[in-house]
Design a protein around this ligand. Structure first.
Ligand code: FMN
Length: 380
């Protein structure tokens, strides 16, 4: 493979990976291709894993603080999890491009300052090495890449039929390409019991209004909601995707006012927050499956959060393969006491939950998509 072709495959993969899910669709990631002699010299000092050979491309994946959510301490984990989902997507796309890929440096390893010099203003979280693979590209690899753009969040009603055992089995088997050891760090809990789902729905009904009444968190969420028809920003949450249905222009304008932080302060105590939460609570209880991912450690390091995000994306892609969708309900995990209550009520001990979502087959498949910004990698 010529270096021009390698570069083309890498740039295409960086673009394909943009379909990764992220909290508030903030897409907090950036990518830097380290190709200059100076950059490669800096990489060589990182350690034995980094073999700076001629036909190897190096991609630094970084968090962009300007794109990161920060209203709650738990957002730090959500941003790393989102970056992990991006990394997994990048691996899927590079693998389908015929490359052999590995993470040769991750947040927490020695030498962060050397990578920071290549990503000014951004926080490097992983260094990926990609070189020509030894065998032909498999059908499974190509299929996985197709799923990147098919996987999605759906916030509407799901069919009540139980999830097929074959689908549950492929979720249980889902493995990350980027972090093959992610199951050692994280546990996947599949909750199908109707009583457990009702318990989680009830907890959301009781406490979920905090999503709207926590002033800083709601202001940040509101800033990410897109009420107009324009998707030019290429990020954020279209109101139609949040409500899972097309809306006339006047209704979007009305919602822009009714949901604004000022109006929410006035209307939440009158029951608006509880009313919105009640609809999701009902959907949780009625969905056939809850997917709960938990770190085995109480206080996971950044590298574990990345591995967790990669596993989230593997599980989500496995769902997409079966025509299934997810609707995360992060509010139950964002506040320590609420998370502890959740775990207590559903019998989970130790570790820390980091991703909770209802899963199923959507009743209405025509739900609007969330946009993506075009991601052209920076060069160093
Ligand atoms: C870590 C994480 C947390 C999320 N939390 C929520 C959530 O609490 N509520 C929600 O509706 N969507 C949540 N999402 C879904 C994102 O909003 C969604 O991925 C993004 O809007 C892009 O849409 P898509 O998944 O359909 O491509 C979360 C996604 C991730 C990766």
């Amino acid at each position: 493979m010529t270096s021009a072709l390698l570069d083309e495959v890498v740039r295409a993969a960086v673009r394909d990976a943009r379909h990764a899910p992220s909290s508030h669709n903030a897409q907090p990631w950036q990518a830097v291709i380290a190709g200059s002699p100076e950059a490669r010299a800096a990489l060589m000092t990182l350690g034995d894993d980094v073999l700076v050979e001629k036909n190897t491309a190096f991609i630094v994946v970084a968090l962009d603080p300007a794109r990161c959510l920060s209203a709650l301490p738990a957002h730090r984990i959500e941003m790393l999890v989102s970056a992990g989902a991006y990394l997994e997507s990048l691996f899927v796309a590079l693998d389908a491009g015929g490359l052999a890929v590995s993470v040769v440096w991750r947040s927490g390893d020695e030498g962060a300052e050397k990578l920071s010099a290549l990503t000014p203003g951004w926080e490097p979280v992983a260094l990926v090495a990609a070189r020509r693979g030894s065998g032909p590209v498999t059908e499974a690899s190509l299929r996985r890449r197709t799923l990147l753009a098919m996987r999605r969040t759906h916030r509407g009603a799901y069919r009540r039929d139980p999830i097929a055992p074959s689908a549950l089995a492929s979720l249980s088997d889902a493995a990350s390409l980027a972090f093959p050891g992610s199951r050692d760090l994280c546990e996947l809990v599949l909750l199908t019991d109707a009583g457990v789902r009702a318990t989680v729905g009830h907890l959301l009904r009781e406490h979920g209004a905090i999503e709207f009444t926590h002033a800083a968190a709601w202001a940040e969420t509101y800033a990410h909601i897109r009420f107009d028809d324009s998707v030019l920003a290429g990020d954020g949450l279209p109101i139609e995707a949040l409500l899972a249905k097309p809306l006339p222009h006047w209704q979007k304008r009305l919602l822009a006012t009714a949901l604004s932080p000022g109006a929410m302060r006035a209307l939440a105590p009158l029951g608006l927050a509880r009313a919105i939460t009640a609809a999701t609570a009902q959907n949780i209880a009625a969905s056939p499956l809850l997917v709960y991912l938990r770190f085995r450690a109480n206080d996971p390091p950044p590298s574990a959060c990345l591995a967790g995000g990669a596993l989230v994306q593997s599980v989500w892609l496995a769902l997409a393969e079966h025509g299934l969708v997810l609707h995360p309900v992060s509010v139950l995990l964002q506040h320590d006491t609420l998370r502890a209550t959740l775990d207590g009520r559903i019998g989970q001990n130790g570790g820390r939950g980091f991703f909770l979502a209802r899963a199923g087959s959507p009743v209405d498949t025509s739900c609007p998509f969330a946009p993506r910004r075009v991601l052209e990698p920076r060069r160093a």
